[in-house]
Design a protein around this ligand. Structure first.
Ligand code: HEM
Length: 547
């Protein structure tokens, strides 16, 4: 079906159009229109990289300990702190949560191919656009993937994505919601998940929420309302979904996991935005808001309002601006006399009001408890779907094989100032569950040979064929320089004494570094972005949003 990006464009945009034709928010149907939103979606689609999912099956001897869980949390906190600003931080944290959600939202309890949380999403599908800025192999762009490759690939991707999302929730709620006690591991990764993205809910109306969360995932409306509260962090992007902005009031709030999302649905005068297009949604206040417009999707609004019957409408006709004008009226949009009625879906509406903590006397309480409790229950169910034998975190992980002798290759002596352990390249110390880290051996450029075998982080015997097969040159190229193509020069982040040893020509603090934006270069291999411009300087991060 999806043989070319053009065919895919047509397929995806057609399905968007069809989806909206079925909903009350208008669509031209037929050919996708040639407006700005569509041309951006098309451009994005042709840029979406293919990220083939490497084969990864949980091994019997694999083990996931509490220490590893904690180490993931520390690493994600460090990566979050390194984000340039709250816009980038909101997308980084939100993107991780969305990644885990997209993995579990393709579950179908009625299908022989149940899918669900299996470390597999369809990277080619427009519904997943934007997630490739979180999980990719482009140097410098996706630190989450890099840290997984370097430190955690002994656990499945699916387990890692859930643990990483749990870390995001704990970090961004300032410890308010800690899901460690309910976390279980043992999800098995899938190699392929064709058509999984067609099971993801579109943002059309509540029938899509019902189809995904109730019919396929086997959850309740209360569960669905709790999970969709994940929109309290992160943002929508014109270039990804076509929906631009944040669900909460400020960019800073979009980095905080709390009940603010529910409060916002209730307290603002929401009016339709982008009416008559496939990216119709809702907004309030200043339409631009310094590049951070506030928005809600139809699938957010429908949880409290009957937007199908009353569309177009305004959710709070009682609010006025300082100048006395009604907040429901702006330009040609006059909706002060058209209130959105409340939905007849009492279970969803009750959950919205409960999680918001709306007081009968007006205003909201300060208690995140009801939201956090409901989220915790729904999250555990959604992230466990399809896996009957998940296990609790181990107290410790004991290697099942005795360590093998150290590699026989003659290593080049380490420069004394160089880091003494390659694993310190990642933001934190490795999990203490790794009892026998491989010996640190700088790539033997003088006598370039692969070792016969070595002991991996979990005490298992590995060889260079395994390293290549499993894409593990990141952590093990120093032991397999021939197989990993590191004989002529040292790869990025290898221990080095001088720039001459590094493929990039740059040795920083004892490690080979790729060249940053605007540094002089002669070829793309030297640049972190992989792009050396015609003027002999490195381009910025390839595809980075916030370059
Ligand atoms: C009816 C169900 C849902 C729909 C229709 C939906 C739709 C969307 C859309 C259109 C975006 C904007 C993506 C972009 O432009 O980058 C988005 C982002 C996001 N979604 Fe959802 N979503 C749903 C459920 C969920 C659930 C269950 C979670 C988590 C538990 C979640 C978490 C997020 C987060 C955190 C973001 C922000 C991502 C970022 O900052 O890059 N969503 N969602």
């Amino acid at each position: 079906m999806k043989t070319t990006s053009q065919a895919l464009s047509w397929f995806v945009l057609s399905s968007y159009a069809t989806g909206c034709a079925a909903c009350p928010f208008g669509s031209s149907g037929g050919l996708p229109p040639n407006d700005k939103a569509h041309s951006q979606l098309r451009r994005r689609l042709t840029n979406v990289n293919s990220h083939p999912v490497p084969h990864r099956k949980l091994q019997e001897e694999d083990c996931f300990s509490g220490d590893t869980y904690d180490a993931i949390e520390v690493d994600i906190a460090a990566m979050s702190a390194l984000q340039a600003d709250n816009v980038a931080r909101g997308h980084f944290l939100g993107g991780i949560l969305r990644l885990a959600a997209h993995d579990f939202m393709d579950f179908d309890q009625h299908s022989e191919r149940a899918m669900g949380p299996d470390g597999c999403i369809d990277w080619q599908h427009e519904a997943n656009a934007g997630l490739e800025t979180i999980w990719c192999d482009e140097p410098g762009l996706c630190p989450l993937k890099q840290v997984y490759d370097e430190k955690y690939s002994f656990i499945s991707r699916a387990d890692f994505w859930v643990a990483a999302a749990n870390a995001v929730i704990k970090i961004s709620s300032d410890g308010g919601l800690d899901l460690k006690s309910t976390f279980k591991w043992g999800r098995v990764d899938a190699d392929q998940c064709p058509d999984s993205a067609t099971r993801l809910p579109e943002a059309g109306d509540c029938s899509q929420v019902q189809e995904t969360f109730l019919n396929r995932l086997g959850l309740t409306w209360r569960d669905a309302v709790a999970l969709i509260g994940g929109h309290t962090i992160g943002r929508g992007n014109t270039n990804f979904s076509g929906h631009e902005g944040i669900w909460v009031d400020t960019v800073e709030e979009s980095t905080i996991f709390d009940k603010r999302y529910y409060e916002e649905v209730i307290r603002r005068a929401w009016i339709p935005r982008n009416e008559g297009t496939i990216v119709q949604d809702w907004t309030w206040g200043n339409p631009d808001n310094n590049g951070n417009p506030r928005f809600m999707l139809n699938t957010d609004m429908c949880l409290l309002f009957d937007i199908e019957t009353t569309f177009p409408c305004c959710s709070r006709t009682d609010l006025t601006r300082n100048n006395g004008s009604n907040q429901c009226d702006r330009g040609n949009t006059v909706l002060s006399d058209t209130p959105c009625g409340r939905t007849s879906n009492q279970e969803a509406a009750d959950a919205m009001v409960e999680f918001a903590g709306e007081r009968a006397t007006g205003g909201f309480d300060n208690d995140n408890g009801p939201f956090f409790n409901a989220f915790s229950v729904a999250w555990e169910a959604a992230t466990s779907n399809g896996h009957a034998n998940l296990q609790e975190l181990a107290l410790s992980c004991t290697p099942t094989q005795s360590p093998t002798p150290l590699p026989t290759a003659t290593p080049t002596p380490l420069p004394s100032a160089a880091p003494t352990n390659l694993q310190t390249q990642s933001p934190t110390a490795p999990p203490t569950a790794n009892p026998t880290p491989p010996p640190v051996t700088p790539s033997p450029t003088a006598s370039c040979v692969d070792v016969d075998s070595f002991t991996d982080n979990n005490g298992r015997t590995r060889d260079c064929a395994w390293t290549i097969q499993n894409g593990r040159c990141g952590p093990f190229a120093h032991l397999c320089p021939v197989s990993c193509g590191e004989c002529a020069c040292l790869l990025d982040k290898r221990v080095c004494a001088s720039g001459d040893e590094c493929c990039s020509g740059s040795c920083v603090a004892g490690q080979c570094a790729c060249l940053a934006k605007n540094a002089d270069c002669t070829s793309g291999d030297q640049c972190c972005s992989g792009l050396c411009r015609d003027d002999g300087t490195c381009a910025g991060k390839k595809g980075a949003m916030f370059d």
